[in-house]
Design a protein around this ligand. Sequence first.
Ligand code: FAD
Length: 449
Amino acid sequence: MKVVVIGAGFGGLGCARALSNPPMADVDVTIVDAKDAFTIGGTWEYAWSGRVADADTTWKLEDAKANFPGVTWKLRTRVEKLVLYPWDDSKLRHLLLSDGEELTFDVLVLSPGVVGDAAAIPGMSDTLDVYAHDSIAKQRRDLERMIAAAKARQRAHDADADADEAGAKKKKKKKGKLAIAIGATPYKCPVAPFEVAFIADDAFRAAGCRDEIDIVVTSPVPWPLPDPAKEIFTRLMLEKGVEYVPEKKIKRVTDDGRCLEFDDDDQIAADVVWSVYPQIAPPFIHAAGLAAGGGKGPIGFVPVDPRTNLIGPISSGCELAKEGLRDVYCVGDCASVVVGGLNPKPQPKAGEFAWQMGEMVAHRILKTEGYAHSRVGACIAECGGGGGVLVKPDFTEAVADPGLGAVRVSVEEKAAPEGEDAKMAWVNKYVELIFGGKGRAFVAATKAA
Ligand SMILES: Cc1cc2nc3c(=O)[nH]c(=O)nc-3n(C[C@H](O)[C@H](O)[C@H](O)COP(=O)(O)OP(=O)(O)OC[C@H]3O[C@@H](n4cnc5c(N)ncnc54)[C@H](O)[C@@H]3O)c2cc1C
């Protein structure tokens, strides 16, 4: 049996690892990725806030090969086109790759993640995408620039006060503003925009200029995380002076990426806007006709049966796939997993869920006897100073029974240094799973010192 896995991110690697450990003589696995390195988004904030080098956030996939026995790797190879014939079983389904190869398969597992779709909101491309790895250096420069400007304002204000104490008191002090704007839901790692706000808050405090800068997070929905997380995050935002502005759908961004204009004609002007671009499946998935255009599930992702991750014509948790695409699976961020019966909701997009979906599909392909699937995530939002919040959603029952299965979410605040320790342990769990002995452990500078 020839299995082709597209994408060597969390979902694709979770699948390929389970398919190859132990290696099966009758299963031939090929994994294809446009890149040659793996990154963990949960490490990026350590880089843009200056606690590790940018290079510490990536690992060479070459070093993973020994941990995936028998797998054929096609790295630096892009899927240009996916050709399926759902109506005709006699035709050879295949992929066209950037090196000119026409790759056929018996089973296809798609895990190509998502792409930021800045074009969906006019002017959004003038803002920084916090979900793009190549934004890290610019994000760090933005932070440094805001700190320098805040200090300059503080010095000017102090000089004014020295010159004329009474006059300075009358003057309203101008503040800087950092806006973190969520363009659309669902998006991957829902806690990340709040984490970004907390790390920026921490950086401004450490630089002694927090009073000079406002931080605001905007969201198009009332609350983008699981409901049980709302209380802790609301309290933390209050304590840290981070303003949360819900139900603000961005109409356009003007003033070179500094002014957010909303559907209700409200505006927020900021010195710096960091955005969550609307996220959708990559172009080759749309071209193959696999991205959903409506129903009750979100638009732009691939609808799958939550019980199997087979691609199917489902539009909600109640209306399960009657006939999915034969042996074509989609896992990870690209997949739209909708559960919750009468009140259907997408399962949040996270690395841990992507990995688990990949593993589940592998065991389905291998028909592993006695395999019991668990869909429990652990997202640790760093809150600054080594503290964190652990959000642990359990979708095990919900994906087993998308109509009636319950979703359980536990939320736990972790004091310093346990928050940062838990985050690093989470990152290093995946470094070990993917790279084994060849994996460079992730250590933030504060821990290494
Ligand atoms: C800043 C940030 C923080 C995060 N923090 C966390 C966290 O703390 N916990 C957590 O669980 N998750 C976190 N996430 C989310 C997590 O990274 C994603 O959910 C996860 O990467 C999804 O895995 P995936 O396999 O679906 O996609 P990806 O990991 O994005 O992998 C997709 C792969 O497919 C490849 N690909 C795409 N198109 C093609 C093509 N045409 N041809 C060939 N290859 C292609 C890409 O190169 C890529 O390697 C975070 C994400 C970010 C950005």
